[in-house]
Write a protein that binds this ligand. Structure first.
Ligand SMILES: [Zn+2]
Length: 139
Protein backbone atom coordinates (compact mmCIF):
# COMPACT_ATOMS: atom_id res chain seq x y z
CA UNK A 1 0.00 0.00 0.00
CA UNK A 2 1.60 3.17 -1.19
CA UNK A 3 0.10 6.48 -0.30
CA UNK A 4 1.37 9.66 -1.83
CA UNK A 5 -0.49 12.88 -1.53
CA UNK A 6 0.09 16.42 -2.67
CA UNK A 7 1.94 18.44 -0.01
CA UNK A 8 -0.02 21.51 -1.06
CA UNK A 9 -3.62 20.32 -1.27
CA UNK A 10 -3.39 16.76 0.14
CA UNK A 11 -5.09 15.39 -2.95
CA UNK A 12 -4.12 11.85 -3.89
CA UNK A 13 -4.64 12.25 -7.65
CA UNK A 14 -0.91 12.12 -8.29
CA UNK A 15 0.95 11.17 -11.44
CA UNK A 16 4.65 10.49 -11.88
CA UNK A 17 6.42 13.25 -13.74
CA UNK A 18 10.08 12.48 -14.35
CA UNK A 19 13.01 12.09 -11.99
CA UNK A 20 14.89 15.06 -10.58
CA UNK A 21 18.15 14.58 -8.62
CA UNK A 22 17.45 10.86 -8.40
CA UNK A 23 14.13 11.52 -6.82
CA UNK A 24 10.82 10.71 -8.38
CA UNK A 25 8.94 13.84 -9.25
CA UNK A 26 5.17 13.93 -9.05
CA UNK A 27 2.48 16.17 -10.37
CA UNK A 28 -0.73 16.82 -8.52
CA UNK A 29 -3.61 16.63 -10.97
CA UNK A 30 -5.74 18.67 -8.66
CA UNK A 31 -3.63 21.81 -8.23
CA UNK A 32 -0.83 21.20 -10.79
CA UNK A 33 1.84 21.37 -8.13
CA UNK A 34 5.12 19.53 -8.78
CA UNK A 35 6.86 17.88 -5.88
CA UNK A 36 9.30 15.13 -5.04
CA UNK A 37 9.26 12.74 -2.14
CA UNK A 38 12.39 11.47 -0.43
CA UNK A 39 11.43 7.88 0.06
CA UNK A 40 9.98 6.77 -3.21
CA UNK A 41 7.92 3.65 -3.03
CA UNK A 42 8.00 3.48 0.75
CA UNK A 43 5.55 0.77 1.56
CA UNK A 44 3.25 1.46 4.40
CA UNK A 45 2.05 -1.61 6.13
CA UNK A 46 -1.67 -1.97 6.71
CA UNK A 47 -0.67 -2.54 10.31
CA UNK A 48 0.26 1.13 10.64
CA UNK A 49 -2.92 2.22 8.93
CA UNK A 50 -4.95 0.31 11.51
CA UNK A 51 -2.88 1.73 14.38
CA UNK A 52 -3.27 5.24 13.04
CA UNK A 53 -7.04 4.89 12.80
CA UNK A 54 -7.22 3.44 16.32
CA UNK A 55 -5.16 6.26 17.75
CA UNK A 56 -7.21 8.81 15.92
CA UNK A 57 -10.40 7.40 17.41
CA UNK A 58 -8.78 7.51 20.82
CA UNK A 59 -8.49 11.24 20.42
CA UNK A 60 -4.85 11.70 19.46
CA UNK A 61 -3.95 14.41 17.00
CA UNK A 62 -2.35 13.73 13.61
CA UNK A 63 0.94 15.11 14.92
CA UNK A 64 0.87 12.83 17.96
CA UNK A 65 0.14 9.84 15.75
CA UNK A 66 2.97 10.90 13.45
CA UNK A 67 5.37 10.86 16.41
CA UNK A 68 4.23 7.42 17.53
CA UNK A 69 4.14 5.49 14.29
CA UNK A 70 6.55 7.55 12.20
CA UNK A 71 4.17 8.20 9.32
CA UNK A 72 3.59 11.75 8.15
CA UNK A 73 0.52 13.50 9.50
CA UNK A 74 -0.49 14.21 5.90
CA UNK A 75 -0.73 10.48 5.16
CA UNK A 76 -2.61 9.93 8.39
CA UNK A 77 -5.05 12.67 7.50
CA UNK A 78 -5.58 11.01 4.11
CA UNK A 79 -6.26 7.63 5.68
CA UNK A 80 -8.82 9.18 8.01
CA UNK A 81 -10.49 10.73 4.97
CA UNK A 82 -10.31 7.66 2.76
CA UNK A 83 -11.81 5.43 5.48
CA UNK A 84 -14.31 8.13 6.27
CA UNK A 85 -13.57 7.97 9.98
CA UNK A 86 -15.41 10.33 12.25
CA UNK A 87 -14.27 10.70 15.80
CA UNK A 88 -16.89 11.25 18.49
CA UNK A 89 -16.63 14.67 20.05
CA UNK A 90 -15.43 14.38 23.58
CA UNK A 91 -14.16 17.20 25.66
CA UNK A 92 -14.35 15.46 29.03
CA UNK A 93 -11.07 13.69 28.81
CA UNK A 94 -7.88 13.56 26.91
CA UNK A 95 -5.99 10.33 26.46
CA UNK A 96 -2.40 10.03 27.44
CA UNK A 97 -0.19 7.29 26.16
CA UNK A 98 3.01 5.54 27.05
CA UNK A 99 5.25 3.35 24.98
CA UNK A 100 6.65 0.59 27.16
CA UNK A 101 8.59 -2.59 26.69
CA UNK A 102 7.18 -5.78 28.16
CA UNK A 103 8.84 -5.58 31.57
CA UNK A 104 8.04 -1.87 31.91
CA UNK A 105 4.45 -2.67 31.04
CA UNK A 106 4.25 -5.33 33.75
CA UNK A 107 5.75 -2.93 36.28
CA UNK A 108 3.29 -0.27 35.27
CA UNK A 109 0.14 -2.35 35.60
CA UNK A 110 1.34 -4.01 38.82
CA UNK A 111 0.52 -0.83 40.63
CA UNK A 112 -3.22 -0.75 41.19
CA UNK A 113 -3.26 3.01 41.62
CA UNK A 114 -2.20 3.56 38.06
CA UNK A 115 -5.28 1.63 36.94
CA UNK A 116 -7.94 3.30 39.02
CA UNK A 117 -10.09 6.18 37.86
CA UNK A 118 -9.20 5.62 34.24
CA UNK A 119 -9.84 3.27 31.38
CA UNK A 120 -7.02 2.03 29.25
CA UNK A 121 -6.16 -0.14 26.34
CA UNK A 122 -2.91 -1.88 25.61
CA UNK A 123 -1.94 -2.47 22.05
CA UNK A 124 1.11 -4.01 20.49
CA UNK A 125 3.35 -1.58 18.66
CA UNK A 126 6.29 -3.12 16.89
CA UNK A 127 8.40 -4.79 19.59
CA UNK A 128 6.88 -2.64 22.33
CA UNK A 129 3.49 -1.98 23.77
CA UNK A 130 1.44 1.11 23.83
CA UNK A 131 -0.76 1.90 26.71
CA UNK A 132 -3.46 4.50 26.21
CA UNK A 133 -5.07 5.80 29.33
CA UNK A 134 -8.01 8.12 29.70
CA UNK A 135 -7.82 10.78 32.33
CA UNK A 136 -11.57 10.91 32.39
CA UNK A 137 -12.15 12.38 35.81
CA UNK A 138 -9.39 14.92 35.75
CA UNK A 139 -9.19 18.32 34.18
ZN1 LIG B 1 -2.27 19.48 -5.10
Amino acid sequence: MEIISCPKCQNTKIVKSGIINEKQRYLCKNCNYFFTVNKVGKKIDDYYVTKALQLYLEGLSYREIERIIGVSHVSISNWIKSFNIKKPINSNYHPTYKILNHSELIEYIKNKETLSGAGMIITELGDKFMLIKWERFKK
